[in-house]
Write a protein that binds this ligand. Structure first.
Ligand code: 5GP
Ligand code: ZN
Length: 119
């Protein structure tokens, strides 16, 4: 993919090891690391290593990779002990969705009751 993306995109730089992150799981195609500003006791971001801007483009261009992001999220949920009580997995997308980093990432949130989705 695009060489320029790696230097311009925060999460590509985390994949490249240029910016430190607390990595909790890594596969050949995905990376999971703790959110720097956690909104719940467990707040992990799960990304494809390859740059895709958002979940709409990822789902359209590489649905298999989208599935690998979900599989990694499920593995982290299990490893973090979230499965019994439950958790939230979400993709903020575009301006109305509140997306701030345009390298697709799933937010995995859990460890306490999360309340209504939009609160
Ligand atoms: P968005 O609003 O794009 O869905 O979420 C971006 C998330 O990335 C936010 O929850 C924010 O705290 C997190 N974030 C921003 N910069 C960094 C960083 O440098 N490292 C880590 N680990 N998370 C970050
Ligand atoms: Zn990127």
């Amino acid at each position: 993919y695009h060489a320029s993306v790696t230097s311009d995109c925060l999460f590509c730089r985390i994949v490249a090891g240029e910016i430190p992150a607390t990595i909790v799981r890594e596969t050949e195609t995905t990376l999971a690391f703790r959110d720097i500003n956690p909104k719940a006791p467990v707040h992990v971001l799960v990304i494809p290593k390859e740059h895709h801007a958002d979940v709409a483009t990822l789902g359209r261009d590489d649905p298999a990779l989208a599935g690998q992001v979900l599989a990694t999220a499920a593995e982290v949920a299990e490893a973090e002990g979230l499965v019994t009580d439950g958790f939230r997995l979400m993709f903020n997308t575009g301006p109305y969705g509140g997306q701030e980093v345009f390298h697709v990432h799933a937010h995995l949130l859990g460890g306490a009751p999360l309340g209504p989705m939009l609160a």
